[in-house]
Unconditional design. Structure first.
Lengths: 458, 299
């Protein structure tokens, strides 16, 4: 043994054969390449967007409406994002319930998560400017947020072009994952088509098959697709459509449109409005006596396809009492994921989260988990990890992030406004009438057209 | 949707009601411009203060106290605003006045959002004004069942009363006489020993007070959120321009015209959104000084 050792430790230059040199070179080459073997698919990676991520921190961009009509919703989204960052870095919350999950509570891929925020102002130009600043100046690896489909679509196009993954906040238009879908855009929230599908059977059960609907519709992407979907599915239930008026987004007094409804034969008023729009149109409709009116021998009914707690509060519970609609999620849900999220959020802020907060929180965790699954921040690999990812424990039952259009297929809720006497707290405005399962609201993504485009941006 | 007599009646009422709220806001705007020569872009924010005050007082103490308290409070706010800020801009170009009042409007709007949040605050109609009026009971030519909200009819009446009161003040009182003289030639009035500044301060307060009245009665209609002020300011400002800068009669006429136009174009979204601008362009092309504008003012 000693002899052998002494031989090896005292090689002379003359002792190096051609074979030894070749051996040493190949071992050296393998050694130099070793780190790449442990970084999955690293051989294929190149700089895209803000990849690679240098340093010990990774920055996420939270672009939410901090001013304008959706500012309250934006504030709640931001609270959820901050909570998600806290949980990603330190553990807790849905990290304990999301399955399958590779999140460890030590950041993303060992890097501490930090964030920057921006204000979309619910304005397409402002949201793009803000997202671009985050991407170019703050070097964010992912952008998320927003509370309007017009804004989500605008940001999605920009991010796709720049090679940055965009995790949509609250956006409900069919177009977001339909004709305007993008490879770099992902939506966890449900959409107008799913609302129509889930809500219409409940409506015909409740109000009968022989009904005539009049639609008032917010004049932008979401409103248009919401109206089309509600018309399609209520007509499948046997209802007629008396008319539809597009209303400008900034309308505060809807009397001019409500007069038209009064003058029609409609016995159901469908308000395809969201946020402040819905608050005003519903309040105006109540002032017009529409909740106590009879048409065609039936009670005139009002329907709000997309509901949120913040809207219900703005309209006042006397006005929304009994009104039906749908929500993506509600804090009263009793599954494990919802419970830990509501607890963590309430402990942090003192009140329960909105559905906007829920979707934003889940989106952040899903992105982080996809990075862990891919073993890299390299966007094409993260996208592949998200596509067709099936998970549970995030508050909506078993969920599929459908690869063909980046739409989450999950349970949605049919909600009804509570009467003032039935409320238990200042956050208790809506009750869950039905949890419609994912299979029922599922649909063929081909019906909306659109192309996801390539994994590597041009 | 054929235009039946029923539909026509409903559209006329809606036009009147939309016009009423515009007139109430435009009235203060044009009064201030006519006397002080100041283009007050903060007027929408005064309306905003009024509706927030009104809804707060209404929810805490009832509508009666809101009605009694809000207009005088707005008068005081108007006077303070005029003394503290606006009077320093009397001799500055209109662009300076627009910039400072517009800036003030944004500050006030964000301040209210900071205090009350961006979400709507429900403004309930008082019980005596709640409900609907059965129009077919009063108008025999209507067929079947035709109704209109009572509160909106009250709003129209309030607008008529307020406009009449302002006209009476300007045309039947000595104070009005001095103000009208001041509008013609402020310098000459000062030569005659009239303290026109003090009266102008009162006029500014009066304009704000009318915004207060508009807020108390208009709040339940426009609802209470921080965007409302700016949304009403643009049409109201255009109404002042169409009516003729500084002309009270013009503001009333233009307000009703715009209200009617919006009401009758409601089923046609693309026309509905541009109608107000279309009318402005046509009127200013045909009559640059506005419908009842004085010759030489902003022509």
């Amino acid at each position: 043994m000693t002899d052998v050792k002494s031989d090896k430790t005292n090689p002379t230059a003359a002792g190096w054969s051609r074979r030894d040199v070749l051996k040493a070179t190949s071992v050296g080459a393998v050694g130099a390449a070793t780190p790449m073997f442990f970084t999955q698919n690293a051989w294929a990676e190149k700089a895209i967007g803000n990849y690679p991520v240098n340093g010990s921190e990774v920055v996420l961009g939270f672009n939410v409406p901090q001013t304008g009509a959706y500012a309250d919703e934006g504030a709640d989204e931001l609270r959820a994002y901050k909570l998600a960052v806290k949980h990603l870095n330190n553990g807790g919350g849905m990290l304990d319930t999301l399955k399958p999950s590779m999140l460890k509570g030590n950041g993303i891929l060992g890097k501490k998560v930090t964030y920057v925020t921006g204000d979309t102002q619910t304005n397409a130009d402002a949201s793009r400017t803000s997202a671009r600043r985050m991407i170019e100046r703050d070097k964010v690896i992912m952008v998320t947020g927003g509370s309007s489909s017009g804004i989500a679509i605008a940001q999605q196009y920009l991010c796709n072009e720049l090679g940055i993954i965009f995790m949509c906040g609250l956006t409900h238009s069919n177009d977001t994952t339909g004709k305007d879908k993008q490879r770099y855009g992902f939506r966890h929230f449900f959409n107008a088509h799913m609302t129509g599908k889930a809500l219409s059977p409940v409506l015909s059960n409740e109000y009968g098959k022989d009904r005539r609907a009049f639609h008032l519709t917010a004049d932008y992407s979401w409103g248009h697709t919401q109206q089309e979907s509600m018309q399609e599915f209520t007509e499948k239930e046997g209802w007629g459509t008396e008319g539809n008026i597009m209303t400008p987004l900034k309308t505060t007094d809807f009397s001019q449109y409500l007069s038209q409804v009064l003058n029609s034969d409609a016995d159901v008023l469908i308000l395809n409005h969201y946020g402040a729009n819905m608050v005003n149109s519903l309040t105006n409709a109540v002032n017009f006596g529409m909740r106590d009116m009879q048409k065609n021998g039936k009670n005139l009914e009002i329907v709000v396809p997309l509901y949120s707690r913040l809207m219900a509060k703005g309209a006042g519970s006397a006005n929304i009492d009994g009104v039906l609609g749908t929500s993506g999620w509600n804090w009263a849900l009793q599954d494990e994921g919802s419970k830990v999220f509501v607890k963590a959020f309430s402990d942090e802020y003192g009140f329960p989260p909105s559905q906007a907060a829920h979707t934003c929180y889940v989106q952040t965790l899903l992105y982080a988990n996809a990075c862990e699954m891919a073993g890299t921040f390299y966007p094409p690999e993260v996208i592949k990890a998200l596509e067709d990812f099936e998970f549970t424990g995030a508050g909506n039952g078993p969920t599929l992030y459908r690869g063909s259009d980046h739409q989450c297929i999950k349970d949605i809720l049919v909600m009804q406004g509570k009467s003032p006497s039935a409320r238990n707290s200042d956050f208790d405005y809506l009750q869950i009438v039905d949890q419609v399962d994912a299979k029922t609201v599922d649909y063929d993504p081909a019906i909306f057209g659109g192309e996801l485009g390539p994994y590597e941006p041009a | 949707m054929d235009m039946t007599l029923n539909a026509f009646t409903l559209s006329v009422l809606t036009g009147l009601q939309l016009g009423s709220i515009y007139v109430l806001i435009a009235l203060g705007l044009t009064l201030i411009f006519g006397t002080l020569g100041v283009v007050n872009f903060a007027h929408g924010a005064l309306y905003l203060i009024a509706i927030y005050l009104a809804v707060s007082i209404n929810n805490a103490l009832g509508f009666g106290l809101a009605l009694i308290l809000v207009p005088p409070i707005l008068f005081v706010i108007g006077v303070l605003l005029e003394r503290g800020l606006i009077q320093r801009f009397y001799n500055r170009p209109h662009t300076d006045q627009i910039l400072v009042t517009f800036g003030l409007a944004i500050v006030l709007q964000e301040l209210l959002k900071w205090i009350f949040g961006a979400n709507n605050i429900p403004f309930a109609i008082p019980s005596w004004g709640n409900g609907i009026i059965m129009l077919h009971d009063y108008l025999p030519f209507l067929e079947g069942f035709v109704v209109y909200p009572k509160w909106r009819m009250i709003l129209v009446v309030v607008a008529i009363v307020t406009v009449s009161a302002v006209f009476a003040l300007l045309h039947l009182t000595r104070f009005g006489l001095v103000i009208r003289a001041g509008m013609r030639d402020a310098e000459m009035l000062q030569f005659l020993g009239v303290n026109i500044n003090r009266r102008f301060m009162i006029v500014f307060g009066l304009g704000a007070m009318i915004a207060g009245i508009a807020g108390v009665f208009g709040g339940p209609v426009t609802q209470v959120s921080p965007e409302v002020g700016m949304q009403l300011l643009v049409p109201s400002f255009l109404i002042v321009v169409i009516g003729g800068m500084g002309s009270l009669g013009g503001a009333v006429l233009a307000g009703i015209l715009i209200g009617m136009a919006q009401s009758f174009t409601a089923p046609y979204i693309y026309l509905n959104t541009i109608i107000i601008y279309l009318i402005t362009v046509i009127i200013l092309l045909v009559r640059p000084r506005g419908l009842l504008g004085a010759k030489g003012v902003f022509e």
